[in-house]
Write a protein that binds this ligand. Structure first.
Ligand code: SAJ
Length: 475
């Protein structure tokens, strides 16, 4: 591993220590040893590719941004944006305005190529590398000696060293000998992409040392965080391990919520107290794990080594089952309150559809799964997602305002703790809706005030026969 520490002045220190072939610590290299990049192609202009291309462009590189989707090209060329991310519009406008960023349907000869395309999972939980394959094939005619190719897409272990190397071999050039090949995962949090792209630590893995160093020299254009240099497969594993670790930790929080329901306690209270232990940090239970990463990446490890991944698979299954648990909670409260014995014809206001709070991203959203399942079981779902611009993608009724969502429903289902929902007071909701049944899946409306306004609440992870009810007045 090379650690490039930007606190040190460039040229001040060189290689400190060679630990073994892959692990060396470097503190700033002399300027004359940096690979120079003037023109780069970024393939894939999505949540990662577009901010990356624009950031390189605003840092003075000539960037060709490539996307195979004609509507993305048209939108960007017309000054629009096909994705929502705070600050991205300004950044893209600055990049295009500077003349450094051009949008194109296909790659062209450049010093470096960055592949930032999706790697979804197919039915059966296997990695779909077809976008990576297509992007790599499109580079082949342009690739020349001395170039750098970087894969950013989250990928199964050895994708760079085996899969990508093989495809690029058809150029007649060999990775590590004729051109540099590296892997560097994006690790930014949606909603904070622009700052995290620059500030976060980055791991850059090369098929050889020169490739890792070339990757470092490119990303040092704008990265202020530490840069760790490794082999390509280590860098792939770093990304997969980070998200798998998070998935497993969310799964145990979800499992604790089921146990709390069984034993009649409040999981939120128990977690809060447990987290006072200096070495415990339990995450939050919820309606499931969504997004394009955490619910997907662990499967890459399961596919690559099924015999070694029992725990990873079990955690995935717990989290994937969580939306059904919420549907069962809705059925239970309806039945217990005597309002309905089935979901048939029941009117439900579903608050929030995105995969997590305060973003508009619906990919793999558990809130969407819950709402779809309720509809399929005969409920009339009226969904309200305050951040959503394009409602055409939703198959069930999706309304424009909270007022519409809450009017004329039997039950209110809180699925995402968006800031505007957290601010709601029981008296407001009581005025806007005649529904008095609430299912809170995110522990947003826990105050006893709700019950004093006549609401019956079912909260995820809160058992009914709470012995601790007797001690509610104890701090
Ligand atoms: N969630 C819970 N309970 C929690 C935390 C999250 O149920 O305590 C749920 C969220 O509601 C959401 C899902 O998990 O549905 C994932 O959300 P997230 O905020 O944990 O993660 P992402 O997918 O938005 O971003 C993750 C990040 N990885 C880690 O935190 C290890 C981010 O740094 C990565 O860049 C990103 O995956 C990615 O692209 O891989």
């Amino acid at each position: 591993m090379y650690l490039v520490n930007r606190q040190f002045r460039m040229g001040e220190a060189a290689v400190l220590e060679a630990l073994n072939d892959q692990f060396v610590i470097v503190l700033g290299l002399p300027e004359d040893r940096l690979v120079k990049f003037q023109k780069i192609c970024v393939l894939g202009l999505g949540y990662i590719g577009l901010p990356t291309a624009s950031t390189f462009a605003t840092h003075g590189l000539e960037v060709v941004g490539v996307d195979v989707n004609p509507s993305v090209i048209e939108t960007l060329r017309n000054g629009g944006l096909h994705i929502h991310e705070p600050g991205l519009r300004t950044l893209v406008q600055a990049a295009l305005g500077s003349g450094n960023l051009r949008i194109s349907e296909s790659p062209e000869p450049a010093d470096a190529y960055i592949i930032a395309v999706p790697t979804p999972i197919l039915d059966g939980h296997t990695a779909d590398l077809s976008y990576v394959e297509a992007a790599a094939k499109s580079i082949v005619p342009c690739l020349s000696r001395g170039n750098l190719v970087v894969l950013e897409s989250t990928s199964p272990p050895t994708t760079t060293e085996c899969f990508l190397t093989n495809i690029l071999q058809s150029s007649g050039l060999t990775a590590g000998r004729d051109y540099c090949l590296a892997y560097t995962p994006e690790r930014v949090l949606p909603g904070q992409i622009l700052s995290e792209l620059i500030e976060n630590a980055r791991v850059i893995g090369g098929v050889d040392r020169r490739s890792a160093e070339a990757g470092r020299d490119l990303y040092r254009t704008f990265v202020r965080g530490e840069i760790f240099l490794t082999g390509a497969t280590t860098a792939e594993m770093v990304k997969l391990m980070e998200n798998t670790y998070r998935d497993i930790n969310i799964a145990i929080a979800n499992e604790f919520s089921h146990l709390a329901e069984k034993f009649g306690i409040d999981v939120w209270q128990a977690i809060q107290i447990a987290n006072h232990h200096p070495r415990v940090d339990i995450l939050r239970p919820g309606p499931g794990v969504g997004g394009h990463c955490i619910g997907v990446d662990p499967w890459f490890l399961v596919e690559a080594a099924p015999e070694l991944t029992d725990l990873i698979r079990a955690a995935r299954e717990v989290n994937d089952r969580q939306p059904l648990h919420i549907v069962e909670m809705v059925e239970e409260i309806l039945s217990e309150s005597g309002q309905a014995e089935s979901l048939q014809g029941v009117k439900v206001a579903a608050l929030g559809l995105s995969y997590k709070p305060d973003v508009d991203d619906l990919r793999e959203s558990p809130a969407l799964s819950v709402s779809s399942e309720l509809s399929q079981r005969g409920a009339f779902v009226k969904a309200y997602e305050p951040y959503l611009k394009n409602k055409q993608q939703i198959r069930f009724d999706c309304v424009d305002t909270l007022q519409e969502a809450l009017a004329d429903v039997d039950l209110i289902l809180l699925l995402v703790p968006h800031a505007p929902f957290l601010e709601l007071k029981p008296e407001q909701v009581a005025k806007l809706s005649h529904a008095r049944l609430i299912v809170d899946t995110v522990n947003a409306w826990s105050s006893p005030d709700w019950e004093s306004y006549g609401f019956s609440m079912a909260r995820l992870g809160v058992g009914k026969k709470r012995i601790s009810d007797r001690f509610d007045d104890i701090e």
